[in-house]
Design a protein. Structure first.
Length: 186
């Protein structure tokens, strides 16, 4: 991959019910570009992914619990989707605070599908151009985002994408933003 992120630590914030491919493909992209991904979750032990919100997927080990995770230890944040995962995470106050810390530091954030829900709770969407799974467009618009229907959108270090079909474009843009580093006006 063109974007080398060697030595950069990337937090993947998620819980049970994450859309498996929205975790595994960006994770693999980070590893292949030389980055160090870490699964951050409110749960200890393992989380169980879903395939299409209906079928149970694989289980994945949690690297660090949200209680122990320090945003200062990471260079970027990835917010995978999955309806169940995203709905739980937006209600997780420590998760919202974790996201806010990345925003305040201007660190790159990438969210796909239902992942942007927590960005609304973190106050991150007002005045930004964004995309998401189509069912979130009204939520994002009501929170002040300029929602567009494109496979990937980046606005001041915040990369968003619609669905698993867009993963190739999402991963490419996510890596580009991580390689660029912090953004002053995030």
């Amino acid at each position: 991959m063109a974007n080398n992120i060697r030595g950069k630590k990337v937090a993947f914030l998620l819980t049970n019910g994450v859309e498996q491919v929205e975790l595994t493909e960006p994770w693999k992209a980070v590893q292949e570009a030389g980055g160090d991904p870490a699964l951050v979750s409110p749960e200890e032990g393992q989380i169980t992914a879903m395939k299409g919100d209906w079928e149970h997927g694989e289980s994945f080990p949690v690297d660090v619990t949200l209680d122990q995770a320090d945003p200062n230890d990471f260079d970027a944040l990835v917010l995978p989707g999955g309806t169940v995962n995203a709905d739980k995470m937006r209600l997780e106050q420590k998760g919202v605070e974790f996201v806010k810390a990345f925003l305040e530091a201007g660190k790159p954030i990438a969210a796909i599908c239902h992942g942007p829900w927590i960005l609304i709770e973190a106050g991150a969407v007002k005045g930004r151009e964004m995309t998401s799974y189509a069912s979130l467009q009204t939520d994002l618009k009501n929170a002040g985002a300029n929602w567009v229907d494109r496979e990937v959108v980046t606005d001041r270090g915040l990369t968003t994408s619609r669905k698993p079909d867009d993963l190739e474009a999402f991963c490419s843009k996510m890596l580009e933003e991580i390689s660029e580093g912090e953004h002053a006006e995030a």
